[in-house]
Design a protein around this ligand. Sequence first.
Ligand code: NAP
Length: 248
Amino acid sequence: MRELFLTGATGRLGRTVRTQLESSWIIHPCSLSGGDDLTTAEPRDVVPEDTDFVLNCAAMSSRAGCASNPSAAFRLNSLWPQKLAAFCAGTHTRMVHISTDLVYSGGIPPYTEKSPAVPRSVYGWTKLLGDVAVLNRNPRACVVRTSVLTGKAGAKMTTFSEDIFSGRASSFHVDCFRNHTDIAGLARFLSKCLFSSMSGLVLAAAPYSMSRASYAYTLLKKDINLINGPSHIPHDLTLRPSVKIVKE
Ligand SMILES: NC(=O)c1ccc[n+]([C@@H]2O[C@H](COP(=O)([O-])OP(=O)(O)OC[C@H]3O[C@@H](n4cnc5c(N)ncnc54)[C@H](OP(=O)(O)O)[C@@H]3O)[C@@H](O)[C@H]2O)c1
């Protein structure tokens, strides 16, 4: 059986990947609550010896959390992926790392793999540094950049669609265009990606972008409360992904 070291295993994406793969792969889950703090850990101490594949889903994923603790965000989102990439290059272990559309400014959409990335948040900057470091240390690795995740994840942090259905999100930005991406579809792609020789930066997301309000309306099919997105949030992060993730 294939052995996967999965960081962020308790998070939204990690949980979804785990649910899909645990019957056919041996998964070595890694998370902060499971006792591994990757802001200080060394890969040689946490990656099990028989690991064939590494999927790095661990992240400080909240914009507000990164802004209030930039040092921890830098250590988890930038330094840890760099160390892991160097380790995987040295041990010839296949590595896939996850990134975000928030590395882009929102000023010149649509974004492709060739677009320049100029983040507008600490989160975006720490993720961009991580992406660059991974490919620098391990050019055979794959950095999968995606957009806002939707669908049922059942993790501590919720997806946008979970927020919509639970009523936690009740006002929706008329702008803030993003490629709302089905989390289960992305997890399916990641299992194929791990098993492929795909390398470099890959945009994998829903084929089309929508405003937050349009997306909420497609789910709720009723009148919704509209607001303008705040100026510090990119208003149009439309991606033209080379890997189109669709909901099955
Ligand atoms: N969610 C989105 O809409 C979205 C959109 C685009 C890209 N992404 C990217 O997708 C990836 C997965 O994001 P996600 O939404 O699944 O994240 P998440 O739900 O916030 O989960 C984060 C995971 O990282 C772990 N973690 C946090 N701090 C840690 C530390 N110091 N040491 C070890 N593990 C730590 C958490 O463990 P505990 O649960 O134990 O704290 C959890 O398993 C990230 O790279 C993110 O940037 C997410």
